[in-house]
Design a protein around this ligand. Structure first.
Ligand code: F0G
Length: 397
């Protein structure tokens, strides 16, 4: 493990989350010397790329995460004048991309022999951790911001047997609290500040270029909350670039909700650090975050890749969520729709060129947040169970 700021190095078996010397974030250096031909004929899960995962192969805890659909969106792409693909992360075992990071994270927890794992979460991380902890037989503690977690995610965390605690405060405060507990050695922290999480999530980058026949798209667009995923995907595509598997690199483009946009604000002002948003607010509760722990890594990904960041309103998010569902048949939760809303905005203001090849990462399943989905629709019409009544409704004169 290496500090991204001062370069200090640590062993892979040390339980630390930030640099002891300077306090900055850590990342794992991973440079296997392999040919991409070894991936041929392997099962389509993220462990297809196991040589790039820094864990003991004999200890892997997996629910066959990864290998998610890579859907060409002809209808929406034509409308926007671009070549559009959507990577459907809602098809992972617990319905979000977090499963990739948790598979590696829990495998590391098994390797280290820890008994208790924990996280703070806006919902998906807790749902995923609860499932993987159950599979590995670990005690699991999760802290959720009270009243701000979508119902599907809460149900998952509870049902998989996690000890769920509701915190009077937002995600940032919950994360600060559980991090302090982890530093006391009371549990192994599996938020994305743990660099092993990002090692799993970088496989999204691997799969995108593999899906495109070992080519980089022009651009990857994704929602940004705690900022781990954009950092992870950039790490993934860079590793495949360094290994000589692809020639080009994508422009990393992060989308945030207007009310929770510390990264987008920093990029707009050309800054290398963020100003914390103290009261983040958005309907996309998954990305309702004001103090992203991986901000520095995310800014580096955006600047190094010549990418950008944009903000979208809650209305734009809800419109995009409906548009994707009704023109392409892909149901995603609000945070995920931020990537589509951001794309639409960037096409409209000319930042995305006509004909660009764009991949949007849609991060979580529609049913994670059933309330928002139902509230966006009119209630079903009630009818008598008769052909007459039905005909009257579907063919009114
Ligand atoms: N999309 C969804 C559906 C998420 O759940 C999250 C993060 C993100 C995007 C943003 O990813 O944090 O890596 O920038 N959810 C976390 C959680 C914070 O606790 O489930 P990020």
């Amino acid at each position: 493990m290496k500090c991204i700021t001062c370069g200090e190095q640590y062993g892979l078996d040390e339980i630390i989350y930030t640099c002891i010397k300077c306090g900055s974030t850590l990342e794992i250096v991973c440079r296997p010397d392999v040919s991409k031909d070894i991936f041929n004929c392997r099962k389509s899960t993220m462990w297809k790329y196991k040589e790039f995962m820094p864990v003991d192969e004999s200890k892997i805890v997996s629910l066959e995460e990864g290998g998610t659909p890579f859907c060409k969106c002809q209808n929406l792409g034509d409308k926007l004048g671009i070549e559009l693909y959507v990577k459907v992360e809602g098809s992972n075992p617990t319905g979000s991309f977090k499963d990739r990071g948790m598979s590696v994270g829990i495998t590391k927890a098994v390797e280290l022999g820890v008994n208790t794992v924990g996280c703070a979460s806006t919902g998906n991380t807790s749902a995923s951790l609860a499932a993987y902890a159950a599979r590995a037989g670990k005690r699991c503690i999760v802290l959720l911001p009270s009243g701000k977690v979508a119902l599907g995610k809460l149900a998952q965390a509870m049902f998989h047997g996690a000890e769920v605690l509701s915190v009077n405060g937002n995600f940032d405060e919950a994360l600060e609290t559980i991090t302090a507990l982890a530093l006391e050695g009371q549990l192994y922290l599996l938020n994305s500040v743990n660099p092993f999480r990002l090692e799993g999530q970088k496989s999204i980058g691997f799969e995108v270029v593999d899906d495109l026949g070992w080519k980089s798209p022009d651009r990857i667009i994704l929602p940004v909350g705690n900022a781990g995923n954009i950092s992870a995907i950039w790490k993934g595509v860079k590793e495949f670039h360094e290994a000589g598997f692809i020639e080009d690199l994508p422009m990393m483009t992060g989308i945030q909700a207007v009310g929770a946009a510390p990264i987008a604000n920093a990029v707009r002002n050309g800054k290398n650090s963020i100003e914390i948003v103290t009261n983040p607010e958005t309907i996309a509760t998954a990305i309702r975050i004001g103090a992203p722990v991986s901000a520095q890594k995310a800014l580096r990904a955006i600047y190094e890749s010549n990418g950008m960041a944009e903000t979208v309103t809650d209305d734009e998010i809800l419109d995009a969520q409906k548009l994707l569902a009704r023109t392409e048949g892909i149901g995603v939760e609000p945070a995920s729709a931020a990537s589509i809303a951001g794309l639409i905005k960037l096409v409209e203001n000319g930042e995305v060129d006509k004909g660009e090849q764009v991949v949007c990462i849609v991060t979580g399943h529609l049913l994670k947040d059933p309330n928002t989905a139902i509230n966006a629709c009119v209630e079903p019409v009630e009818i008598e169970a008769s052909v007459e009544a039905l005909s009257k409704i579907i063919n009114p004169r």
